[in-house]
Design a protein around this ligand. Structure first.
Ligand SMILES: C[S@@+](CC[C@H](N)C(=O)[O-])C[C@H]1O[C@@H](n2cnc3c(N)ncnc32)[C@H](O)[C@@H]1O
Length: 429
């Protein structure tokens, strides 16, 4: 397929997403099944168009004067992919699969000036979230929003239990991987432009042998900052599919004990295979039976709460969630987070550490939650995060990552990672 056909297909997919309220991945898969002639390169290009349209939905709609799927996809071609009204007119001419020719208004979108657009449009975020971003980032909030509308890199964490970074760099040399800037065991492949395909690393022999896992560098950094040490008793209270459990196990050199729990069996299910592939021998999965964790009360050196959250830090990867978020959903997540912090405290022994993590950048889910917890639990105190950074990452904490409430917040703009928050709290005693 050539560009015109790919644009037309992306318009169809985005229409499907918007009309049937379908996740993008599902709509793309359905399109692929109905259009079996399309190759992997076509499917990747169409996916990029749809995701790019959603990443910058607000600014694209403003520039084009419309938020229709057609306007958004054409905006990607004109505003992100370097096409011009002339290059598109030439490509569309005589191509049976091309969308209709561009209207004068659509052509004008190519050079639309957004300087006078409201800040939330320039930041490409829903307007109701502007006060939260401003609280989180001060005068930088529009630039932070813009960075969250970019394409993410593909990051891997080398599994120190089985391989060294050099081995993985060599195994994946065909994708030109680079060491990550912050995470000590990270390998990264920057996103390419236009129709660039994301490397398929999960068919690599290194992956199948457990030498590495796909994990955003930000997730690797907060896993390292949780600072689980050899010989400790650690509860991973929201283990999900185990992304952080695996990193904690590697950090602990397979010694001590990790209890991996999640209240959702389906989310927990992949952890069994992943633990095996990674050669993890110090993790015990606790399925969500009543009383599953009763024997751990007051005994843990460390409890990691990788809390359910709005996922605002992952907007680059799941841009549709940016526009679906509602105040009710934020409130729901806040209630879950507050309850989980109280629950986590119950399992810690005196002197133990609680690591509170979210993949959100909203202060309502981060500093506010910790402040409310500390106010109700005077036996807990905030740990020095600069010291934790030095101890876990053997470098000084970069400028500007600290939050007013004493936590750390990583962002695409600050650290070239997904957005993550972490705060370590010590139980007195
Ligand atoms: C951010 S995800 C965890 C991701 C996982 N730690 C990883 O690194 O791959 C949050 C998890 O919290 C779980 N969860 C939500 N409420 C919970 C609760 N009350 N107790 C335990 N887990 C809960 C969800 O099922 C979800 O899997």
């Amino acid at each position: 397929m050539r560009l015109p056909g790919r644009l037309a297909a992306a318009i169809d997919v985005l229409t499907d997403v918007e009309q049937r309220k379908r996740p993008v991945s599902e709509a793309l898969k359905a399109w692929g099944l109905n259009n079996r002639f399309a190759g992997a390169g076509d499917r990747a290009a169409i996916g990029n168009l749809v995701y790019d349209a959603l990443r910058r939905r607000a600014s694209h709609a403003f520039a084009m004067g419309s938020d229709s799927p057609r306007a958004l996809v054409l905006a990607v071609a004109l505003r992100d992919w370097g096409e011009t009204p002339d290059s598109l007119a030439e490509a569309f001419a005589g191509d049976n699969h091309a969308p209709d020719p561009l209207s004068p208004q659509e052509q004008a979108g190519a050079t639309a000036d957004l300087a006078a657009a409201p800040p939330a449009i320039r930041a490409d975020i829903p307007e109701w979230l502007a006060p939260s971003l401003e609280r989180a980032f001060g005068s930088d909030w529009v630039a932070e929003g813009q960075a969250m509308a970019g394409r993410p890199s593909l990051d891997l964490r080398v599994n120190a239990l089985k391989a060294a970074p050099e081995k993985v760099l060599k195994s994946l040399a065909r994708f030109s991987p680079q060491p990550t800037a912050i995470a000590p065991f990270g390998v990264t492949m920057p996103a390419g432009p236009r129709d660039a395909r994301t490397p398929n690393v999960t068919t690599d022999e290194g992956y199948l042998k457990g030498w590495f896992e796909v994990q955003d560098q930000g997730s690797q950094v907060v896993s390292a900052l949780a600072n689980a040490r050899e010989g400790e008793q650690v509860l991973d209270l929201c283990a999900g599919a185990g992304g952080k459990t695996l990193a904690l196990a590697a950090n602990m050199g397979n010694s001590g004990q990790i209890f991996a729990y999640d209240s959702d069996r389906a989310r927990l299910a992949p952890i069994y295979d992943r633990l095996k592939r990674n050669g993890v021998r110090n993790a015990q999965v606790r399925a969500p039976h009543p009383g599953a964790l009763d024997d751990l009360a007051g005994k843990m050196d460390r409890v990691v709460v990788d809390a359910p959250c709005t996922g605002t830090g992952t907007w680059r990867r799941r841009p549709d969630t940016k526009w679906k978020l509602t105040p009710d959903l934020v409130a729901q997540r806040q209630a879950e987070q507050a309850a989980l912090l109280v629950e986590a405290a119950h399992y810690l022994k005196p002197g133990g550490t609680l690591a509170y993590i979210t993949c959100s950048i909203l202060p309502e889910e981060n500093d506010d939650q910790v402040a409310a917890f500390l106010a109700a639990h005077p036996d807990f105190s905030s740990l020095d995060m600069a010291g934790a950074w030095r101890s876990a990452l053997i470098t000084d904490l970069p400028e500007g990552l600290g939050t007013p409430g004493g936590g750390l917040c990583l962002t695409p703009r600050r650290t070239n990672t997904d957005g993550f928050y972490i705060h370590l709290l010590r139980k007195g005693g």
